[in-house]
Design a protein around this ligand. Structure first.
Ligand code: F6R
Length: 382
């Protein structure tokens, strides 16, 4: 079979994509719906009595920290970017074992781990309790939920059995709904509805049965084969650019890079002075929006003109939709789907992430951080 025929051959696709990641991705709009229902059914308590000594009161926060790693951290980044222009309090995403020093009783700490087993997330949960933060855990189960239950903390349990990165709707919408329930943003229902409609439309246009010549995402994957993608985002597309890059890493198993305007004009562009031998291995993916702020549009155009001519190609992904959320998720979805089609084209199963799994096992076997944190839970309960 010719390479150009692979993405239009359902038997070939099935043979590579053993966990059916492609169809799961094409159902993102349905996962969003399920995630919104789960978020809406969550009841925010007024208090959590952790121990005789420690009592947490849930009120309107002065700042928000969202802690999570990899696929579980990106929901926090998306929330941050989406609400940049309308969130009255600062939002920080923590990708580490410990929360920043300012975390305290006025902090809403949302601790996210899809598996519920990620040691950094478990550590930040206990950190949040020690700091007296208004702590809420989000996971599909696992140790994070059992710690939250032991400590009498509110928690949201989402659908299990997915790869964390596929579960992005479950790791974003409940956060958005909590922020809405706390009175920090006004009703977002219309934006949610539009987002799901846009995603459904894009899934239809780029489904597996739509041939390469009429399928935008298959064409993107085709252009990105045998190159190193460099995704350039801006403002509300910063997290989306990060996500695009991570999906290329985890699904397609290739190196990739991301940058964001205007910052990239102050460092990254100089890298394009390298020899053509190097730069011709790179393909630029520009995230575009018909409502780009003029200063960003001018920079994108100037960058294209001045420096990027040395890349193998410059591709553009256009956001779709009216609301900020729909536009962000439209590009996120196109990026996710590109990475899956690319995996199939390369001939690698998009689902397994062997190195991440091996790394987690190695850490747990040698250092047993989770065991030590379980002891800490008992101390906190005293
Ligand atoms: C795997 C993936 C990873 C995980 C990360 C944290 O699909 O995307 O980036 O999300 O290793 O694990 P969880 O999400 O279980 O806390």
């Amino acid at each position: 079979m010719k390479d150009s025929e692979k993405l239009d051959n359902s038997g070939y696709i099935k043979g590579i994509d053993k966990s059916d990641m492609l169809n799961l991705c094409l159902c993102t709009h349905q996962l969003c719906k399920e995630a919104i229902t789960i978020g809406r059914s969550f009841r925010l308590p007024q208090k959590a009595q952790v121990s005789k000594k420690l009592n947490i009161t849930y009120k309107k926060p002065k700042n928000i920290i969202i802690a999570g790693m990899g696929g579980s951290g990106i929901g926090g980044d998306l929330l941050h970017d989406w609400l940049l222009n309308r969130m009255p309090v600062p939002v920080e995403v923590c990708r580490d074992y410990h929360l920043p020093a300012y975390a305290g009783e006025e902090t809403l700490a949302l601790i996210v781990s899809y598996s519920g087993e990620t040691e950094e997330a478990l550590s930040t949960l206990l950190d949040a309790v020690e700091h007296g933060c208004m702590t809420i855990a989000i996971a599909s189960g696992g140790t994070l939920i059992s710690f939250a239950q032991k400590l009498h903390l509110p928690h949201i349990v989402v659908r299990s059995g997915l790869q964390p990165r596929v579960a992005v709707p479950f790791l974003f919408f409940p956060l958005a709904i909590i922020v809405e329930k706390m009175g920090l943003i006004s009703s977002v229902e219309e934006e949610f509805t539009e987002t799901m409609e846009v995603l459904e439309g894009l899934a239809f246009e780029n489904a597996a049965h739509v041939p390469l010549e009429r399928n935008f995402v298959k064409k993107m994957a085709w252009e990105l084969r045998s190159t190193i993608p460099v995704v350039y985002g801006f403002r509300e597309y910063r997290a989306v650019a990060v996500r695009f890059k991570s999906e290329l890493n985890e699904n397609s198993k290739i190196p990739a890079k991301w940058e964001s305007f205007p910052e990239l004009n102050h460092n990254d562009v100089v890298g394009w002075e390298a020899s053509i031998k190097l730069t011709k291995e790179l393909t630029i993916v520009l995230i575009r929006d018909s409502n780009e702020p003029p200063e960003i549009r001018n920079r994108i155009e100037a960058t294209k003109k001045l420096s990027l001519i040395k890349a193998r190609k410059v591709l553009e992904v256009q956001a779709r939709g009216k609301s900020a959320l729909a536009r962000m998720f439209s590009v996120l979805f196109l990026g996710d789907l590109t990475s899956i089609y690319l995996a199939i084209l390369i001939g690698v199963d998009p689902a397994p992430v062997k190195i991440i799994t091996a790394m987690k096992k190695e850490m747990q076997q040698n250092y047993n951080v989770v065991g030590k944190l379980a002891d800490k839970v008992e101390t906190l309960l005293r």
